[in-house]
Design a protein around this ligand. Structure first.
Ligand SMILES: Nc1ncnc2c1ncn2[C@@H]1O[C@H](COP(=O)(O)OP(=O)(O)OP(=O)(O)O)[C@@H](O)[C@H]1O
Ligand code: SF4
Ligand SMILES: [Mg+2]
Length: 370
């Protein structure tokens, strides 16, 4: 892939670029505005974590990249090819080519119960219709090896193998087509914690060994913190923050990201262990009670994604200016790679908390005891 030089460093150009994408779902008057002005990039060998509460548009974003939903505005590029405008046979060819693959949340539901593991993994190659049966058999075994599965499973059906093995079969089905980008929608939420860690470790190994780029949609912030390079935070269809995961999680710039992190106790513990100076004001952990608006649950939320900041009704730092949509602004990163946040008060809201927490100094010194 083409390389460019930035600050004296050689960096890869993005594999995937999503630019100013809007998505409406449903027809006519019932069409709902699901994504607004979404921008993201994924570089070769990079893992991007996508987080956000239920209904924020994570799956819609993945489906749009896969060509299963059409943007009403904006552009999606794979390397230098615009894929969002492909239709009909051109889109089918792209899908069959297999350069972007999707791994579903629940392998039991997404795998045909009547097919064997061998048939399931071979399916994409058979549909492509280009490889000989000998080649298909070889590539199926190769893909199973990549995901750490034994050939003895080839004749089994999905119901005869464990949940962790089924998820590995789903990943092998995708890998057999030698994709450049793998999109995993909640790949571990149906698994127990040991299988969860194994699958995430596998994705991490695959990006190193195969140079694969991976998008992982997950509610599990602490698992993502262990493997993702970057994180993109969605709230009600808008990207509110996007940056290097270690920096975003250590010091989030958007009040919603801060609330998500404070609400994930396992992640907070993990971050506390990594923090070099626990007492540093810069990195002082924030608590849900500091960030949450008291009447957040009863606040009236507008469905109009263009009517000001999408987080306004739940944000305790909102002011009048938040009635306009905040533009994404760059904030400095320690290690490069870009960090963008969409909040009018991204550089000042934290100081409000710090001021409120600071111990009050008595107006006059106390008289000394005699
Ligand atoms: N076909 C559709 N027509 C209209 N609205 C839809 C359609 N599909 C999804 N939506 C709405 O789009 C919004 C985003 O849904 P999406 O499934 O992308 O969210 P999500 O972030 O993946 O949520 P979850 O974490 O629950 O999986 C939701 O409000 C959902 O109700
Ligand atoms: S723009 Fe305003 S309402 Fe939105 S997150 Fe920032 S402070 Fe809160
Ligand atoms: Mg979803």
């Amino acid at each position: 892939m083409t390389a460019t030089v930035e600050s004296g460093r050689s960096v890869d150009l993005p594999l995937l670029s999503v630019e100013s994408v809007d998505v409406h779902l449903g027809r006519g008057r019932r069409a709902a505005h699901i994504l607004s002005q979404v921008d993201l990039t994924v570089r070769p060998g990079e893992i991007l974590g996508v987080i956000g509460e239920t209904g924020s548009g994570k799956t819609t974003l993945a489906r749009t990249v896969m060509g299963l939903a059409d943007p009403s505005q904006g552009e999606i590029r794979l390397q230098d090819k615009v894929i969002s405008s492909l239709r009909g046979s051109a889109r089918r060819d792209l899908r069959r080519g297999g350069s972007v693959q999707f791994v579903f949340q629940d392998p039991l539901r997404s795998l045909d119960p009547d097919l064997t593991v061998e048939q399931l993994v071979a399916e994409g190659l058979v549909t492509q219709g280009q490889a000989s049966s000998h080649e298909i058999a070889t590539r199926v075994r190769e893909a199973l090896g990549w995901v750490g599965l034994d050939e003895s499973l080839l004749s089994k059906h999905p119901a005869q193998i464990s949940g962790g093995q089924r998820q590995r079969v789903s990943i092998a089905r995708a890998l057999v087509l030698r994709p450049q980008l793998l999109i995993c929608d909640e790949p571990v939420s149906a698994l127990d914690s040991s299988n969860r860690n194994n699958i995430l470790r596998l994705l991490d190994e695959l990006r190193t060994s195969r140079g694969l780029s991976v998008i992982i949609i997950s509610h599990d912030l602490s698992s993502l913190a262990g493997i993702a390079d970057r994180v993109l935070v969605l709230y009600r269809g808008r990207v509110v923050e996007d940056g290097p995961i270690s920096e975003v999680f250590a010091r989030p710039r958007h009040p919603y990201t801060a609330l998500l992190i404070a609400s994930a106790p396992a992640l907070s513990d993990q971050l506390a262990d990594q923090r070099p100076e626990p007492s540093s004001e810069q990195h002082r952990p924030l608590h849900v009670r500091q960030l949450r608006l008291v009447d957040a649950d009863t606040a009236t939320v507008s469905n109009d994604l263009e009517a000001g900041c999408v987080f306004r009704a739940r944000c305790r730092f909102a002011t009048d200016v938040c009635g306009t949509v905040p533009a994404a602004q760059d904030v400095p990163t320690a290690h490069g790679g870009g960090w963008r946040v969409s909040c009018h008060h991204h550089s000042t809201w934290r100081a409000e908390l710090e001021d409120a927490d600071r111990p009050r100094v008595p107006a006059r010194p106390e008289p000394l005891p005699h």
